[in-house]
Structures are given as C-alpha cells and as structure tokens.
Design a protein around this ligand. Structure first.
Ligand code: NCD
Length: 311
C-alpha cells in the first residue's frame, strides 16, 4: 500500500495502516544499514533538498544519510549562509531550489504550518522535519519503530511523555502516533508546560512524576525547549530536575523491563542525569540509528521509488 498524500506533513494526516506501511518499509531498510555496503539503488537519479531554517544535528544528518543510502542526491541548505539574510522569502527560496530540479523538499522551520504552506505551492513532495512547536512526524515514526523493535506491538502499552509538552513538536506527533498504534499515553510536567485541552489527544495528565513513573512501560523524556519559552515556566533548573528529571535515584527504582527514550539533544542534568547514558534500557542511540531507516522509508514511499531495494 502506498501513502494517500504526496507529502508527509504530520502524523495527523496518517492513519494507522499508513503508519504501519512506513514502519514495515523501514524494517527492510534497517537491514540494509547493517550490510558492509549499506546502499541500495532505489532512488537513483532523484534529488532532495534539506531546507533547514532551524538548528539541527540529528534530523538533517539523518535525512542526508537516508538519501545517500538510497542513491538519491541530497543538497543541504542552511539558513545562515543563504539569501534569507538578504530578505528572500521561504516561497522564493523553495521555488528557486525547485527550479534547479529537485524531487523533494525536506523542511524544518520555526513557523507551524510552513511545510503545509509550501506543499500548496511547489510540485516537489514536502516532508515536515519539524515546524515550530507543531509536529515532527519522522521523530514520532522513529520512536514508534524503536519501541516496536524492543517491545513488540504497542497495543495496550503504557507510555509516559515527560516534560515540556507545551512547546514540544515531538510530544504532539508522539501523542498522535502512539494513540493510533493502540498505546495508552500519559503526559507529565509542570502545569506551565501542559497545554490546555491536551486531553483531546486521549491522554491522561499528571503533575507529579513519582505518582505515575513506576506504572509505565516506556518513559519518553523531552528536552526543555528554552528557545521557544518566552516567560519562565519553572523557578530553577534544580527544582525542575528534582520534580521532573529522570535522576539517578529514579532510574534505580524503574522496573527492569522499562525503556527510556529521548529525541535529543539532551540537556544532561536537567531532564535526565548523565547516568541514563549508560543505562542499558535507554534507547537514545538506537533511536538515532533507526531514524535513518525510517527516513529512507519515508523518502522511498513519497518519491514513488520503483528501483531495486535489495541489490
Ligand atoms: C527534536 C526537535 O528538533 O524537535 N530534536 C530532534 O529532531 N531530534 C527535539 C528537541 O529539539 O528537543
């Protein structure tokens, strides 16, 4: 089955079977990544552009690698060294890049809805790599992939998303994705970081971490989004850590089968103590590895790849 839309703008627009189509396709590509020569000719002759208006380490590198593993060209655009500083608009930039012949535009932008806007004005397919505090669909897909690899079906699994829910596009995409895969999701954070109406996503809300932490199968920690916070959401980092941080003490008390995820970058010592890095059930780096396979799947399905996957 192919995807209904030509674009990947958010988890919002995907139904359960489309999510599973992407995850199944990603499994094929994950196996490619373990080969001595991890490359297939599936998108030979195609080109995508990474149009990043916000900082990124993992996501932009992951999309570039995903493209190159599919034999697809990838041009990296960075806002800092582009004509954006001369006042060029998003639409102009995109149309000019498209005029050079790209098949897909992967966009990260500080404004929610920027990928949706672009998708209405260009012929290329558009992938949302994070739009403001709105959605980050490929992060949710790679999180789901990693959890399914570790835990099997997510149906009935209890997932707790902790931290800055209000400013996190990862939280929003994960709430939608996990619910569609049948997980029971709860969120926890300070009241200033829990947006009103969050229950409409079908999740329970907790304000005290110790009240719910020891009852779940998965703990998804979030970064405090300092760059999106306009007024102080908590008194001190020390207080945040003690109330909402995955500290060494809390880690010790987790049941042996519980797994921990974080999209990165981690503010060590704020939302997680450094001990989590050595914790055997922390999936932070497997998430990053799987991200390449998931993004290969997304590019392959959107570009309508018909080339040989298995060379
Ligand atoms: C996330 C993002 O940019 O939204 N990072 C990522 O893509 N891996 C999460 C974050 O910045 O906190």
């Amino acid at each position: 089955m192919k995807l209904r839309s030509r674009h990947l703008l958010g988890i919002e627009g995907l139904d359960r079977s489309e999510i599973l189509t992407i995850l199944d396709q990603a499994r094929t590509f994950r196996e490619v990544l373990d080969r001595t020569i991890p490359i297939v000719p599936a998108l030979r002759g195609r080109t995508v552009v990474n149009l990043f208006y916000e900082a990124s380490t993992r996501t932009s590198t992951s999309f570039s690698l995903a493209a190159s593993r599919l034999s697809c060209g990838c041009v990296n655009f960075s806002k800092a060294t582009s004509s954006v500083s001369k006042g060029e608009t998003l639409l102009d930039t995109a149309r000019n890049i498209e005029a050079m012949g790209v098949d897909g535009i992967i966009i990260r932008h500080q404004s929610p809805g920027a990928p949706h806007f672009l998708s209405q004005h260009v012929k290329a397919f558009v992938v949302n790599a994070g739009d403001g505090a709105h959605e980050h669909p490929t992060q949710a897909l790679l999180d789901a992939y990693t959890l399914r690899e570790k835990l099997g079906s997510l149906n009935g699994k209890r997932v707790l998303v902790v931290g800055d829910i209000a400013h996190s596009r990862v939280a929003r995409s994960n709430l939608l994705c996990l619910a569609r895969l049948g997980a029971k999701v709860a969120v926890c954070g300070p009241p200033t970081m829990i947006p009103p109406g969050i229950e409409q996503y079908g999740c329970e809300v907790f304000y005290r971490l110790d009240r719910i932490l020891y009852e779940v199968d998965v703990v998804n920690m979030l970064r405090v989004q300092q760059e999106r916070i306009t007024s102080s959401s908590f008194p001190t980092v020390r207080e945040y850590r003690s109330l909402y941080g995955l500290t060494r003490e809390r880690l010790r008390k987790l049941a042996p089968e519980v797994v921990v995820t974080h999209p990165g970058p981690v503010n060590w010592g704020v939302e997680m103590d450094f001990d989590v890095a050595d914790f055997s059930r922390a999936l932070v780096l497997p998430q990053v590895t799987n991200g390449v396979a998931v993004r290969m799947a997304v590019l392959y399905l959107l570009a309508g790849g018909e080339g040989e996957v298995r060379s």
